[in-house]
Design a protein around this ligand. Structure first.
Ligand code: EPU
Length: 339
């Protein structure tokens, strides 16, 4: 367990906001976590972060930022096609994806190169290229701050939805995830139906049998052409959620534009890519001061110069929301968590 006061958070958020926290506390197991939580005088509130890749600090944080350094990846192989992997919440999620692919295990290859850590991945129900965490999650082991005990939550208990879970709603702040168990498979099961994934994979690998590593490499290739590398350009990935609209609203938009990309949800609502809406507003590549709408993927707001302030990002966010509202009467909601 380690506590630092007046901590500089600039290396701990991928937006690279130069902000500080009154305290920063890191633990590597249950004992350390309990010690932190029972420490008298620790600045409050508490904010648990993962890789800091999906949040925007609007200024200095007056409480304590908690971070998991719970490590370890254990593969549980019972000799069946299904292999479980128990992953410490503080492990790099992509490091785990790479390891699983290198062992020839299917399941997380489409989620390759998403920044962040395993615990946060399970909170956020991260998803990409047709796969979400909920599709590969067996259970989470979490400390219940109400009962003071460890609990195991199955996938159903986590109430996953698009970029959403129980950890972001009813149980916000209640559970602290220590381990996530994923279910992977030895059985040949590539998932290539999203967008250009199949074409990208086949271009590199031809028409033969694939391995999880081949699909991972193709996904990494796609992400690198579309999304900014967080090591080079500050961002938090997709800044907005893709909005769901009614069938009527979609039809109204479709009557005004030649080709509206869309996906029909099982409940009949229609998902329209926020990237398309933002692009139609002429904002792809638009910049204001040090903040910009990313020129290759307008769903992403970037800290273009490395010097952007929280206010500059927030003002650009508002500009995007207002522009999309004025043109389409669709209210975009941020995917990034505002602190
Ligand atoms: N599009 C445009 N202009 C662009 C880019 C995209 O019009 O410049 C339209 C196209 O019609 C394209 C569609 O948007 O077909 C979808 O684009 P893309 O496949 O890049 O996906 P997205 O909906 O913009 C979502 C996730 C990403 C994830 C990709 C791939 C959300 C909020 N974002 O983006 O997740 O990588 O799908 O699965 O759902 C993240 O969460 O940080 C993230 C990057």
């Amino acid at each position: 367990m380690r506590i630092t006061f007046n901590k500089d958070l600039s290396a701990l958020n991928t937006f690279r906001m130069k902000v500080r926290a009154a305290a920063f506390a890191e633990y590597s197991g249950l004992e350390g976590l309990r010690a932190i939580l029972s420490m008298p005088g620790l600045p409050r509130p508490l904010l648990h972060i993962g890789g800091g890749s999906n949040l925007l600090f609007s200024g200095d944080f007056k409480g304590t930022v908690l971070h998991s350094a719970v490590k370890g990846i254990l593969f549980i192989d019972n000799g069946t096609p299904e292999v479980l992997a128990r992953v410490g919440a503080g492990e790099s999620f992509d490091g785990f994806c790479a390891l699983a692919a290198s062992k020839g295990l299917w399941g997380t290859e489409n989620l390759s190169l998403i920044p962040g850590e395993a615990g946060a991945a399970a909170v956020q129900n991260i998803g990409a290229y047709g796969v979400e965490i909920k599709d590969v999650l067996e259970s989470v082991e979490a400390y219940d701050t109400v009962s003071g005990e460890m609990v195991t939550l199955g996938c159903e208990d986590c109430r996953y939805a698009y970029r959403d879970s129980v950890f972001k709603n009813e149980a916000k702040g209640r559970y602290i995830i220590l381990y996530v168990t994923f279910k992977l498979s030895r059985d040949y099961s590539p998932r290539l139906s999203y967008g250009h994934v199949e074409a990208a994979v086949r271009e590199v690998c031809g028409s033969g049998t694939l391995t999880p590593m081949m699909v991972r490499d193709a996904i990494v290739g796609i992400r690198k052409t579309k999304l900014p590398a967080v090591e080079e350009t500050g961002s938090a990935g997709s800044f907005f959620r893709n909005p769901f609209v009614s069938r009527e609203q979609y039809e109204a938009i479709a009557s005004r534009y030649e080709k509206v990309p869309h996906f029909i949800n099982p409940d009949g609502t229609v998902k329209i890519p926020a990237a398309w809406l933002i692009e139609q507003c002429g904002l792809k590549g638009y910049s204001e001061g040090n903040a910009a709408v990313y020129h290759k993927q307008p769903l992403v707001i970037v800290n273009a110069t490395g010097e952007a302030t929280p206010d500059e990002i927030l003002s650009l966010e508002q500009k995007v929301i207002d522009s999309v509202w004025n043109r389409f009467s669709i209210r975009l909601s941020p995917e990034v968590e505002h602190i």
